[in-house]
Design a protein around this ligand. Sequence first.
Ligand SMILES: Cc1cc2nc3c(=O)[nH]c(=O)nc-3n(C[C@H](O)[C@H](O)[C@H](O)COP(=O)(O)OP(=O)(O)OC[C@H]3O[C@@H](n4cnc5c(N)ncnc54)[C@H](O)[C@@H]3O)c2cc1C
Length: 434
Amino acid sequence: MIGILGGGLAGLVLASRRKDAEVLEAEDRPGGLCRSLAADGFTFDPHGSHILFSRKPEAMRFYEDLLGDNVCRRQRNTKVYYKGRYVKYPFENGLADLPIEDNVACLMGYIEAHLARSTGRSPTPKNFKEWMYHRFGKGITEAYLLPYNEKIWKTPADQMAIDWVEGRVPDPPLEDVVRASLGVPTEGYTHQLHFLYPREGGIESLVRGLLPQVGRIRTAFRVTSIRKRGGAWIVSDGREELQYDRLVSTIPIPELIRALPDAPKDVRAAGESLTHRALVTVMLGLDRDAVNDLSWAYFPSPEDGWFNRISFPSNFSDRVAPAGNSSAVAEMTCDPGDAVWSSADEALVDHVVAHADRMGIFRGSEVRVSRVARTRYAYVVFDLAHRRNLDLVQAYAQRIGIELLGRFGQFDYINTDQVILRGLSLADALEAVA
Ligand SMILES: Cc1cc2nc3c(=O)[nH]c(=O)nc-3n(C[C@H](O)[C@H](O)[C@H](O)COP(=O)(O)OP(=O)(O)OC[C@H]3O[C@@H](n4cnc5c(N)ncnc54)[C@H](O)[C@@H]3O)c2cc1C
């Protein structure tokens, strides 16, 4: 029997392919980050606004098979809020929306960076901040990339590595940026341009589609200790002991290492040093027909609020809000215990509503429903020690024979598509050695 620690998407995908597995989930409902919340006729995704997209056709097929008819197909319409106006996303594809002087500065910076790279004058970047200047130039970096990234990661960009940016930060050709600056429409980050979203039930519908294929799940079982006895793994929540032949962990690495009493000191230290950010979401149901036609908007400037993004889920599906109503979800990254995390729910709602009202997004008087959620593990931070810490932990897990899987199970910046593909591939690999 295989014990799968954690019943988020990763654990469930794997369990759906392995009939000899049991999932152990700490919460009273599986789904992890892909759970949704029903509130007075609205459906919200409390662990951050989710959409479904992928470069990989296998992942798109997986989503479509799970959702069946319960699906909406949408084209992204996303903006960056900059100096009181909306700039098309990705920012470098929206330069014509900027004040003209900023447009020129961003374009010139982009061209200069391009020339410096192509003539070998630009040294290889050693951290994320250097990478931004190297790849995008001064204008775009200082107007958007730097403030936005420091707002979301809560980490100075020169303290971040660059091994994660490939595929996560748009990387447009020069010609597109010149066209965009002149006002010729161009699209960037195109594998995300079209996306799916469940018509009913929020992102949790994905998990609901999977559950009938999953055999054994124990909920309300928080793994606190893992030991080897003879050839077997003994897993406990402090009340009950369960026995497995093999283990796959999708729970956050720090939690896993804390549960392993024999983990050496350096592995323990590495597990604790893996950096991540938490998330607070403020979810609002609005007594108003469509707020706008945006999928979501980014807010790089600290002056525009604590949130880095506001999404408009009722533009993903008209079934997630009652007829004639709409919804908005603001996301703020933070650390457990800091000022944002510890603020009272009402203060967080007031903060978002006051800023949204001031920016003309919606009026405070239109708010009919509000909810606040706190998510301890939301974003992996690729600080400069990330690779070294992760290598140490991975080597230890391999040595003792625990497979790692999932966003925080592998401490990698992966979306549902990669979680699904890695889950399927691990199911095959386990089959091969069974
Ligand atoms: C803000 C935000 C926005 C996102 N947007 C998108 C998007 O638009 N599109 C997309 O595809 N992906 C998106 N993602 C990523 C997506 O949510 C994840 O990739 C995916 O849900 C991760 O699944 P997982 O199973 O690896 O992890 P999780 O969902 O975190 O599951 C881990 C599970 O382990 C359980 N657990 C933890 N500790 C223990 C323990 N000690 N014992 C037992 N169980 C335990 C948890 O309760 C949880 O259920 C987003 C994520 C965030 C945070």
